[in-house]
Design a protein around this ligand. Structure first.
Ligand code: SF4
Ligand code: SF4
Length: 372
């Protein structure tokens, strides 16, 4: 029979930052929270993420007795600035589709459990951060993120991996508390550009840039385009401003070679002009929350970023992309981006688009001309 010590030793051998244990009791207070905030979280159920089911570990493994929580430090190596500026760091080395990094280490860990006679499941919908705190591995921040208690210089650059097992282990002392210092004065809440953070340690996920970049069928509302800034997919702003993360951010880290190797594919111009084949083979395996049918959304987000960059070098890309794209949401955002960059070339291009057949696009063009 495997002991806690055997498991801790194996997790270290596989390079995980920390490990903790908790019972397989249901997460009842989290369930209550979800039920009382259906207006904010109902959409998550509708897209099939089954958060309510995830609050009971026995849904994933009926014989569940304990949960082992592994903490993965996903920011051990540096990422190219060109990527960090536009994508959430936790997605930059995401191997859930390619299955050649973290996923394979989790598999080795579960094989080790299996050889020790332990059955396990890794449910995607368990409340990972709450489980990690219940297993004593860290505390919460007012930005709703989880902060490590013993690894990664106690920063939030960790992913809790929750493994439900059918063997009972003595649980660790829970650390279900807010770990923010009084003196911080809520830097994350002030810095959140879309006011998603409510100030009491909770969030309206529908207002978070992460949600806004992946979900929704309409063109991004005008009042959000500037606050969403340079993010194409995800957002790290409330983590970048957090003093609890400064000790980690102050280090010189060596470059992550896997991420560096794909940086060229993620250049803004490449993304704006990519076709379905390129998307499916080069982008989707790494960032898969938007399907190939949502290519318009990638392009709309990139056009917004180009506008917010105020870089006149993007004007010719935007003009070309306007003619390449029939989607009115992309065309509308391109018009907005040209208006935001401004200048004579952008204005001339907008005038040449005035014959657009769609009313919504014409309105965007008119507004952009005025902005110029
Ligand atoms: S990730 Fe960005 S948008 Fe979401 S809460 Fe943090 S700062 Fe706000
Ligand atoms: S910025 Fe301040 S309030 Fe927000 S999570 Fe960090 S320490 Fe807490």
């Amino acid at each position: 029979m495997l002991t806690r010590e055997n498991i801790i030793e194996e997790s270290r051998r596989l390079g995980f930052g920390d490990v903790g244990f908790t019972s397989a009791e249901p997460f009842t207070s989290h369930l209550d929270y979800l039920r009382n905030h259906q207006d904010e979280y109902g959409w998550v159920e509708r897209v099939g993420l089954a958060l309510v089911d995830g609050t009971n570990p026995k849904t994933a493994l009926p014989a569940a007795k304990s949960i082992i929580v592994l903490l993965e430090v996903y920011f051990r190596e540096a990422f190219p600035v060109s990527l960090e500026s536009h994508f959430g760091r936790c997605y930059l080395d995401d191997d859930r589709m390619t299955r050649d990094g973290l996923t394979s280490r989790i598999k080795v860990f579960r094989d080790f459990l299996r050889r020790g006679g332990i059955d396990s499941k890794v449910p995607f919908n368990l409340p990972h951060r709450v489980a990690a705190a219940r297993a004593g591995t860290g505390t919460f921040g007012k930005n709703c993120l989880f902060y490590a208690g013993r690894t990664a210089r106690m920063s939030s650059w960790v992913l809790p991996i929750t493994i439900v097992v059918d063997q009972e282990f003595a649980p660790d002392e829970p650390t279900l508390t807010m770990g923010c210092p009084e003196w911080c004065r809520n830097a994350c809440i002030a810095a959140c550009p879309t006011r998603a953070l409510k100030g009491n340690g909770t969030i309206d996920p529908r207002k978070c840039i992460s949600y806004l970049t992946y979900f929704g069928r309409k063109i991004t509302p005008r009042e959000l385009r500037e606050p969403m800034g340079l993010y194409v997919y995800g957002c790290d702003r409330c983590q970048n401003v957090c003093p609890r993360n400064l000790p980690w951010l102050s280090q010189e880290l060596s470059m992550n070679p896997r991420v560096e190797a794909k940086a060229k594919d993620f250049e803004m111009s490449t993304l704006l002009h990519m076709d379905r084949l390129f998307f499916e083979s080069r982008i989707w395996p790494h960032m898969f929350y938007m399907s190939p049918d949502d290519l318009w959304k990638w392009k709309m987000n990139v056009a917004r970023v180009m506008g917010n960059s105020r870089d006149v070098g993007y004007v010719s890309d935007l003009v070309r992309a306007y003619r390449e794209n029939g989607d009115v949401r992309v065309q509308g955002m391109i018009a907005w981006a040209l208006g935001r960059i401004g200048g004579r070339t952008a204005k001339t291009a907008l005038e040449s688009f005035l014959g657009a057949s769609e009313v919504t696009v014409r309105e965007e063009i008119e507004a952009a001309r005025e902005a110029c």
